[in-house]
Design a protein around this ligand. Structure first.
Ligand SMILES: Nc1ncnc2c1ncn2[C@@H]1O[C@H](COP(=O)(O)OP(=O)(O)OP(=O)(O)O)[C@@H](O)[C@H]1O
Ligand SMILES: [Mg+2]
Length: 475
C-alpha cells in the first residue's frame, strides 16, 4: 500500500478517540457520505440537519470503508463487529481535530478564498494554475462550510505542495473558526456584494464577516483584495490589523498591483492583458464575462504572491470551463438553426445575476436572433429583496433581453416592471413555468436560466436539455 492518507495511530492521536474492533494500518481517504465513499476510506458519521450518518455506518463498510469515526452516544444503533471504529464524543469535533492535524503536519502553501460570489470558480482556477507548479489539493465541490472545510482539510495529503480552500458563510462569525483551522498563507476575497443580506443588517456587516478570513492568516501572510470593490479599504484595514505582511489589490483601478490593462470580452470567452506585480501577461479565458476576468486577476495575483511563474499560470487559465450550473453552455444544432443554453441554475444573487445577464447580452445577434432569460427568485435577501429584484429591470434591458420568463413572488415584481414587449410569461412556480419555456424556445434563441437553487430553475434546464436532445434538437 502506498503511504496512506492517515496512519491509524495518527488518527487516534488527533481525535483522542477510543478503538473498538481491529486496528487497520491506515486509511487512504476520508468520507462523510456512504454513497460516494471510496474503498479504503475512513467513514466519519456526521449528524446533519436531515440525516444522521450513524445510520449509514454499515453501508459505508459494505462499500469498502476500512474504519468509521462514530459518536459514543450512537454506539447502540451500530451493528456489533461491523468494522474498526474510533469512538469519540462528537464526530464533527473529531473531523475538525483531524483537519487541524493535517494542517499541522503539512508543508503545503495554503490559499483560502472567500467572497460574496465567485469562490468556487476562483478555487477551481487556483487549483488548475497551482497544479502546474506542484501537487495541489482542493475540494472537488463547493465545500465551504462548517463540515466542508474540515473535511477538505482532513483530506490534505502530506505530499501536497499547495492547498486551496473555499470558505463561505451565511452568518457573521462563521468564517473565523474555519480560517483559524485552515491558517492560510494567502487569503483572497473575490468581492463583497449583497448576498445573503437577509442575514445581515447592512452591506458593511457582510464586508466585516468576509474580513474574518484574516482571523487565521499566517504571520506575514498575504491578503488579495478586489481593488474595484467599495470595501477594499475596509478589508485592507482588517487584513493589516490581523498582521498581513502584504496587501495586493486586483482590478482595473490604477492602484491595483494586479491590474487589468486591456481586455476584449467576447461571446465565447475573453482575452486580456494584465500587469501582475510588474510582470505583463496575456491570457485567454474560454468562458465569457468580465466577472471571470476579475476573478482571474485575483488568481494570478495569488500565483505571483507565491513566487510562481505568472506566465505559466496565465496559459493554464485558457482551458478552464465553468462548473455545472454556473454558466456552462450547450449549443444544440437544429435544422432551423442553433439554440444556445446558458445554465446558471446553481444559484443567484444580485451580483451573479447581473454578471449572467451581461454575458447573455454579449451573445452575437448574428448567430442567435433572440435572447431569452428564464429567471427565478433570488433568495435570502430579507427586507432588501423587493428593491434588489426591482433593480434588475435595468440590467435586463441593458443586456437586450428580448423575452423574460419569470417565476416566484419576487420575480413577479421584475416581470411587472418590464415593458410589455419583453414579457414572455410569468408563473408562480418553476414547475408551472417549465412548459411555457419549452413551448417558447425556438431555433436561433440564446436562453439563459438563473435563480437561487431553491427556486428550482435546474429542473427547467434539465427538461429543456432533454427536449432539445431528444427531438434531435428540433424544438
Ligand atoms: N466576481 C464575480 N462577480 C459577479 N458574479 C460572479 C463573479 N464570479 C463568479 N460569478 C458568478 O456567480 C455564480 C456563482 O459562482 P461560484 O459558484 O463560483 O460562487 P460561490 O461564491 O462559490 O457561491 P456559493 O456561495 O454558492 O458557494 C456564477 O454564476 C458565476 O458566474
Ligand atoms: Mg461555492
Amino acid at each position: 500500500m502506498a503511504e496512506p492518507l492517515w496512519r491509524w495511530e495518527a488518527l487516534l492521536a488527533a481525535t483522542g478517540g477510543a478503538v473498538a474492533g481491529d486496528s487497520p494500518d491506515g486509511v487512504s481517504g476520508i468520507s462523510i457520505d456512504s454513497r460516494t465513499l471510496a474503498p479504503g476510506d475512513l467513514f466519519v458519521a456526521i449528524k446533519g440537519d436531515r440525516l444522521d450518518g450513524h445510520a449509514y455506518v454499515e453501508a459505508a463498510f459494505a462499500r469498502g470503508a476500512v474504519a468509521a469515526l462514530v459518536a459514543r452516544s450512537a454506539l447502540a444503533q451500530i451493528p456489533p463487529q461491523v468494522g474498526p471504529l474510533i469512538v469519540v464524543d462528537d464526530t464533527l469535533a473529531g473531523l475538525e481535530a483531524i483537519a487541524r492535524a493535517a494542517r499541522e503536519r503539512s508543508g503545503a502553501r495554503v490559499i483560502a478564498v472567500t467572497g460574496s460570489v465567485g469562490k468556487t470558480g476562483t478555487k477551481e482556477a487556483l487549483r488548475h494554475c497551482f497544479a502546474a507548479f506542484g501537487p495541489t489539493h482542493a475540494a472537488e465541490k463547493s465545500y465551504n462550510n462548517h463540515w466542508g472545510v474540515p473535511l477538505t482539510l482532513a483530506r490534505l495529503a502530506q505530499s501536497a505542495r499547495f492547498g486551496i480552500f473555499e470558505i463561505g458563510m451565511n452568518h457573521a462569525g462563521e468564517i473565523t473558526p474555519l480560517s483559524r483551522m485552515v491558517r492560510p498563507h494567502v487569503a483572497l476575497v473575490t468581492t463583497v456584494a449583497p448576498v445573503h443580506i437577509g442575514h445581515f443588517p447592512s452591506l458593511d456587516a457582510i464586508a466585516e464577516a468576509k474580513a474574518e478570513i484574516f482571523a487565521g492568516l499566517a504571520a506575514d501572510g498575504v491578503a488579495i483584495l478586489n481593488r474595484d470593490n467599495a470595501y477594499f479599504d475596509l478589508l485592507a484595514a482588517r487584513a493589516r490589523e490581523a498582521g498581513a505582511g502584504r496587501i495586493i489589490g486586483f482590478g482595473s483601478d490604477d492602484r491595483a498591483e494586479a491590474r487589468l490593462l486591456d481586455a476584449a470580452f467576447k461571446e465565447d470567452g475573453s482575452q486580456f492583458e494584465a500587469d501582475i506585480l510588474g510582470t505583463i501577461v496575456k491570457a485567454r479565458l474560454a468562458a465569457p464575462g468580465r466577472h471571470l476576468v476579475e476573478n482571474a486577476l485575483g488568481v494570478l495575483a495569488a500565483v505571483a504572491a507565491e513566487g510562481c511563474d505568472v506566465a505559466v499560470a496565465a496559459a493554464c487559465l485558457a482551458d478552464l470551463t465553468p462548473p455545472e450550473g454556473r454558466g456552462a453552455r450547450t449549443t444544440f444544432e437544429t435544422p432551423d438553426g442553433p439554440i444556445l443554453l446558458i445554465d446558471e441554475s446553481y444559484n443567484a444573487n444580485p451580483a451573479s445575476m447581473r454578471a449572467a445577464l451581461a454575458v447573455l447580452g454579449q451573445v452575437p445577434r448574428s448567430r442567435f436572433g433572440r435572447r431569452l432569460a428564464v429567471l427565478g427568485d433570488m433568495l435570502e435577501l430579507g427586507a432588501a429583496a423587493r428593491e434588489l429584484h426591482e433593480a434588475l429591470r435595468d440590467p435586463i434591458l441593458a443586456a437586450g433581453v428580448d423575452k423574460v420568463y419569470a417565476c416566484g413572488p419576487h420575480m413577479a415584481r421584475v416581470y411587472e416592471a418590464l415593458p410589455e414587449a419583453q414579457r414572455g410569461a410569468y408563473a408562480a412556480t418553476a414547475e408551472e413555468l417549465a412548459p411555457l419555456v419549452l413551448e417558447a424556445v425556438r431555433a436561433g434563441d440564446a436562453v439563459m436560466l438563473k435563480g437561487s437553487l431553491a427556486s428550482r430553475i435546474g429542473p427547467i434546464v434539465a427538461a429543456l436539455k432533454e427536449r432539445l436532445a431528444g427531438r434531435g434538437g428540433d424544438p
